[in-house]
Design a protein around this ligand. Structure first.
Ligand SMILES: [Zn+2]
Length: 252
C-alpha cells in the first residue's frame, strides 16, 4: 500500500515537473531573435542592360569617320548614292578621300540619272548634286521647257595627270574631285550637247551661258568651249584649291 501511494506521488510529481517545463518552453524569451515577416516587396536587380562604351579605337577601326557619315547622310537626302570601298592604291598617288557613287539625283517630280560607274569624293558629289538639282534643272525647265532626265558625262574619277603625260601635276579627276559634262538628255527626249555656243539654237546658247555662270558659284574651276582646245566639247567642273587661300576661282 505504501509503495503504491509513493509511486502515485512520484507520478504526480513527474507530471507537474513536465508541465512546468512545457510551459517554460512555450514562453518566448524576449532575448531570442524574432524572425521578421517576409517583405512584401521583393528586391529586384536592375534589369536595364548597359553595354560597355566603345573606345575610340574600336569605333575608328570598325566604321567610317563621323565626317564621312555626315557627308553621305547629306548626300543621300538629295540623291540615291552609296559609299564605295576604293581599292588601296599601289604605286599611284590617285586617291579619293571619301569615295561615293551617285546613281541618281532626286527632284520634286522625278530624278536625274547618272552614269552607272560614277565615282567621286563625297564633298564634290554633294556640291555637284545640289547644283544639278537646285540650279541646272530649273534652268533647263526655264530655257528649254523640260526637266533633265539624264546626265551624259565621264565617270568623275580618272587616275591621270592634267596633261595626260607620265609626268606633271595630277588632275583633280585623280582625287574624284571633278566631273566632265558632255551633255544632258531632257525629259521630253531632246538632247543638249556641250559645244561652241555659236553653233547652238538661241535658247540652248542662253541655257549654256547661264549654266556656266552659275557653276562658278559652286565650283572653283569651270572650263568649257572657248577655254582651250581640250575642253571644246565638255564642261569641266572641279573643287580644286587655287592659290594660298583657296578663294581663287578659275571660270573661263
Ligand atoms: Zn575634266
Amino acid at each position: 500500500m505504501f509503495i503504491q501511494i509513493h509511486l502515485i506521488t512520484w507520478v504526480i510529481a513527474l507530471a507537474l515537473f513536465l508541465s512546468v517545463q512545457s510551459a517554460n518552453a512555450a514562453q518566448v524569451s524576449p532575448n531570442l531573435p524574432i524572425p521578421t515577416s517576409r517583405p512584401t516587396e521583393i528586391y529586384k536587380p536592375n534589369t536595364e542592360v548597359k553595354t560597355p562604351a566603345k573606345s575610340n579605337r574600336d569605333t575608328a577601326s570598325s566604321s567610317p569617320s563621323t565626317a564621312t557619315n555626315a557627308c553621305l547622310a547629306e548626300l543621300q537626302k538629295i540623291s540615291n548614292s552609296k559609299s564605295i570601298i576604293q581599292p588601296t592604291p599601289k604605286d599611284t598617288e590617285c586617291t579619293i578621300p571619301n569615295p561615293v557613287s551617285i546613281l541618281s539625283i532626286k527632284l520634286q517630280n522625278g530624278q536625274i540619272a547618272l552614269p552607272a560607274d560614277m565615282l567621286n569624293d563625297c564633298k564634290f558629289a554633294l556640291e555637284f548634286s545640289r547644283w544639278l538639282a537646285d540650279v541646272a534643272n530649273p534652268l533647263a525647265e526655264q530655257h528649254l521647257g523640260s526637266s533633265i532626265k539624264k546626265l551624259n558625262s565621264g565617270t568623275g574619277f580618272t587616275c591621270r595627270r592634267r596633261n595626260n603625260l607620265p609626268t606633271g601635276k595630277l588632275s583633280e579627276h585623280a582625287f574624284g574631285n571633278a566631273i566632265d559634262i558632255v551633255g544632258l538628255t531632257l525629259s521630253n527626249g531632246d538632247r543638249f550637247l556641250v559645244n561652241d555656243p555659236a553653233t547652238m539654237e538661241p535658247s540652248y546658247a542662253r541655257f549654256f551661258s547661264a549654266l556656266r555662270k552659275t557653276a562658278c558659284g559652286y565650283f572653283t574651276t569651270v572650263l568649257g568651249p572657248g577655254s582651250n582646245a581640250a575642253h571644246a566639247t565638255h564642261l569641266h567642273l572641279d573643287l580644286g584649291i587655287h592659290g594660298r587661300t583657296g578663294n581663287y576661282r578659275i571660270c573661263e
